[in-house]
Design a protein around this ligand. Structure first.
Ligand code: PLP
Length: 463
């Protein structure tokens, strides 16, 4: 009558509890029906007695069953008219969660990291240390703005590696860019309503600001980054930019344009949001220092993440607020609790303090440089003059322009899919307009070197 499923994440006793409860509520098990003994039910279900006993005890405690000494458990009489309705939860598709991994042989999605790259052993060691050392802190809420130790470690890392100048006081630990932008939307909404974004550019900031009722102004991107003239001509008072590695085109904003952007922000109560998401991954030449470092006292909100080098699943990122926004941030968020687990924050602190983070970055840079170089070599071999590569030399993706192809992006994506290749549509980055030539985005982080070579060879046949 009852079926328990070992591969279901719901505990077995709970599965049995749910099924018996449903039978009682729907009248399939009428009042005063005697349930099989714990031992018989366990044998019938090939389950342990603990499983059955756990289910019976819970049903008894909630009044669905009553017991008679030496006779066992019986179904209680429930008034069917007032009994809660049975809602059967059918396993269905949840559109909000990513589906099961698809069977792509070659996955060029730009947000994939190397599958072997997570430093499991070191992370485990730091995690265990954090549990041992922080027992007393684990029984209370932490600081909303983020753990002080982690903020200090991030501050000194940012100063050394990105030229960001700030106090730990200005750092807010977040669970990803989306949360940072939610906070920014909230703290700026009294005096601001229009946000400029790069076009083409990352879609997430657009949707966060739109959901907070801001209007979005797309501003064209050029090899020098966002077009400052267009920005100045717009009525926006906030701009979101990726100046050190423009997403998706990979351009680096030159210092003259950075200064112009800073000036724009200073020409009134305006703000630049600098998303420095993957600038540790620069393979040739020197890393480009942050825009924030050029004017640490300016109206610049700096955002960084551990998603690109360590793990996007951890949900660990940070933002540096200018002093001018700290008071309003604290006022709005003073009743909030932190959204990142203290254990995760302390683990990250230990990981940074013990030097693992910077060693990890060096290791990742080598791994991804190799994949990046193989990708470029393969494009050269298989596409030759048919493709123009844009935005190479950094990050986890490059852009391929195909001026000679007669196929549209949709056709190429479809043809590629038939050959087992997954491509992220470049057109998704466009708010308005489209590129002059068919353009593809090739993420290489999650692929092995040999799959990159083979994937590019196959891709070249469908373009
Ligand atoms: C431009 C950009 N910024 C930030 C992120 C990282 O966001 P998060 O910290 O939410 O993982 C990504 C991830 O793909 C990105 O593409």
């Amino acid at each position: 009558m009852f079926i328990l499923n070992n591969s279901n994440p719901v505990p077995l006793y709970k599965q049995l509890y749910n099924q018996i409860k449903e039978h009682i509520l729907s009248g399939k098990l009428p009042a005063d029906t005697r349930l099989p003994s714990v031992r018989n039910m366990a044998t019938e279900l090939s389950a342990s007695r603990n499983t059955v006993d756990g289910a019976y005890q819970e049903l008894y405690a909630e009044g669905y069953l009553y017991s008679k000494p030496r006779s066992g458990y019986f179904v209680s009489a429930l008034d069917q008219d007032v009994a809660p309705e049975v809602v059967s939860v059918k396993p269905g598709k949840n559109d909000y969660l990513p589906g099961p991994p698809s069977n792509f042989t070659y996955d060029f999605h730009p947000a994939r990291l190397d599958p072997e790259s997570f430093p499991t052993e070191l992370w485990r060691k730091c995690f265990v240390e954090s549990i041992r050392r922080n027992g007393k802190q684990l029984v209370q809420y932490g600081d909303t703005q983020g753990d002080w130790g982690l903020r200090c470690s991030i501050q000194s890392y940012l100063e050394r590696s990105r030229g960001v100048l700030c106090d730990p006081d200005q750092i807010v630990i977040c669970a990803g860019l989306q949360q940072s932008l939610e906070i920014v939307s909230n703290i700026l909404k009294t005096n601001h309503s229009v946000v400029a974004v790069e076009n083409p550019g990352y879609h997430l900031p657009r949707s966060v600001f739109q959901s907070h009722s801001y209007s979005i102004v797309p501003v064209p991107v050029e090899p020098g980054g966002i077009n400052i003239k267009h920005l100045k001509a717009s009525n926006s008072t906030i701009v979101y930019v990726t100046p050190s590695h423009q997403l998706p085109l990979g351009y680096v904003m030159p210092v003259a344009n950075r200064l112009a952007l800073i000036e724009w922000a200073e020409s009134g109560d305006k703000y630049v949001i600098e998303d420095d998401y993957d600038s540790e991954l620069r393979y040739h030449g020197k890393p480009i220092p942050s825009l924030q470092g050029l004017r640490p006292t300016g109206n610049i909100i700096y955002s960084g993440t551990f998603s690109k080098l360590l793990s996007p699943a951890l949900r660990l990122s940070y933002m540096v607020l200018p002093y001018s926004l700290l008071a309003v941030y604290r006022q709005i968020y003073r009743d909030y609790f932190p959204s990142v687990s203290l254990l995760e924050q302390r683990t990250m602190t230990a990981f940074m303090e013990q030097g693992h983070w910077e060693r990890h970055i060096r290791r990742m840079r080598m791994i991804y440089k190799k994949k990046h170089d193989i990708l470029l070599q393969s494009v050269e071999t298989h596409f030759g003059k048919r493709a123009v590569v844009v935005g190479q030399g950094a990050g986890l993706h490059v852009v391929l322009m195909l001026p000679e192809t007669s196929h549209s992006e949709t056709e190429i994506l479809g043809r590629a899919q038939q050959k087992g290749i997954r491509l992220f549509p470049f057109s998704d980055f466009h708010v308005t307009g489209k590129p002059e030539a068919t353009t593809l985005l090739l993420g290489f982080g999650g692929m092995s070197s040999s799959d990159i070579e083979r994937g590019i060879a196959v891709l070249s046949q469908v373009c």
